[in-house]
Design a protein around this ligand. Structure first.
Ligand code: TRP
Ligand code: SF4
Length: 404
């Protein structure tokens, strides 16, 4: 019987895109840095995912992986705390993907919104491939392999986590059967103690009759917080809440990252493909130069024209970087034409240069020593593999593929 690890794990991944910019930082990475101290975190470079749209030219993949990981470390991800690894160093991802592919209806993949969207967006590429269609399922395998409770992602990835939950449910229904499951579960309920047994039954009935997820979550919390029951019983009780099977692959939840919309230098969303970014480790001169020429409220042509912060991308940066008093000084000065745009940008330049300087200092030891980055990744990948193997052993057992 399995250990129940769903516990307090978090997993997320990023495609290797090379050096990260401030949009990547505020949209995801900063949140990872916070999460590493609250959960057992697994963060990985999704290099196989990069192949699903970029299979023709892989020449920059090693560089992109290295540069992105240096940015992770520069931002404060700590390899002594979080497990940092590369997808392709952990071949278990591929095996689980294959096994899950057997039970996944084609229609589930075809209806994932990114499938048609990206094909339309990347017209110049031939994305009528098997790998591209299957990529959300590869993501499901990435996730389920580590049995995390939470998957921090942006809005665009929520549909993939939803599909992952459906795949897990299907797997558990098909292969999570155990002889005498009901009897064993009923017996395990008795182990919860009189009060919690009663509560568990009530909440289970409520969830099964009405689909009320709040009841489900309450019951799950009762089971998870009980430290006296054995691990096998805990799994049974979690599975029994939702149906008549053991949850070998627990359903993860998306953890939506609250993302400030970070504008790029031209006012559009900051994005590598627009060439409007500020790098996380950009040098001070370049940060200064870029911000000085950054787009402002187009209505503010002359210094004497009042402006409107709501029409100004620089203001959005103030919302992320500046404290309350700087913000009110800026907003008032802009509306009254009391300050000029360069004055307004000055405190921002200082803050962003200071932040980039911290990043550059942390990155320095890795930039000069590629072996060190490699060591972080091989050690992290070995650690990840231990967890991945545990899951895969249970999956194989459940499917009767290799009975030990
Ligand atoms: N598909 C994600 C992206 O393009 C990256 C990714 C791959 C991922 N596997 C994952 C994210 C697992 C979270 C969990 O951004
Ligand atoms: Fe934008 Fe600041 Fe200039 Fe106003 S003063 S338009 S907020 S840069």
């Amino acid at each position: 019987m399995s250990s129940n690890p769903q516990a307090n794990r978090v997993l997320s991944g990023m495609r290797p895109t090379g050096q990260l910019h401030l949009g990547n930082y505020h949209g995801a990475l900063k949140n990872w840095v916070d999460l590493q101290y609250q959960y057992r975190c697994f963060f990985f470079v999704a290099d196989w995912h990069a192949l699903t749209t970029g299979y023709e030219d892989t020449s920059r993949l090693p560089e992109y992986t290295r540069e992105m990981v240096i940015d992770w470390l520069a931002a404060g991800l700590n390899p002594g705390v979080a497990t940092i690894f590369v997808q392709s160093y952990v071949p278990e991802h591929a095996e689980l993907h294959l096994l899950l592919s057997m039970i996944t209806p084609l229609s589930w993949l075809e209806r994932v919104p990114t499938y048609k969207d990206q094909q339309a967006e990347l017209q110049e590429k031939d994305l009528a491939t098997y790998g591209f269609l299957g990529y959300p399922l590869l993501q499901s395998a990435d996730i389920l392999l580590y049995r995390p409770r939470y998957v921090p992602v942006g809005e665009d990835q929520v549909a993939h986590v939803e599909m992952t939950r459906e795949v897990a449910r299907r797997f558990n229904n098909l292969f999570g059967r155990e002889s005498g499951f009901e009897g064993k579960s009923e017996k395990a309920i008795g182990e919860l103690g009189a009060r919690n047994s009663k509560l568990y039954r009530e909440l289970r009935r409520k969830f099964q009759e009405t689909g009320d997820t709040a009841s489900l979550e309450k019951a799950q919390a009762i089971v998870r917080s009980n430290t006296r029951i054995i691990v096998a019983d805990r799994e049974r009780l979690l599975g029994y809440l939702e149906g008549s099977s053991v949850s070998i692959l627990p359903e993860p939840q998306a953890l939506l990252t609250p993302t400030p919309k970070l504008p790029g230098l031209d006012g559009r969303k900051m994005s590598k493909s627009y060439g409007n970014t500020i790098g996380l480790r950009e040098d001070p001169d370049s940060v200064t130069r870029k911000l000085k020429t950054m787009q402002t409220d187009p209505a503010r042509v002359r210094r004497t024209d009042p402006g409107d912060p709501d029409n100004c991308p620089v203001w959005s940066l103030h919302e992320v970087y500046s404290d309350e008093s700087t913000r009110s000084w800026t907003a008032a000065g802009c509306r009254s034409a009391g300050i000029g745009c360069l004055e307004c940008k000055k405190p921002l330049i200082d803050r962003i240069v200071a932040e980039a300087t911290t990043m550059r200092q942390r990155a320095a030891e890795y930039e000069n020593n590629p072996e060190l980055v490699r060591a972080v990744l091989t050690q992290g990948s070995e650690k990840a593999r231990e967890t991945a193997r545990e899951t895969l052993d249970e999956v194989r057992n459940a499917m009767l593929l290799r009975e030990d």
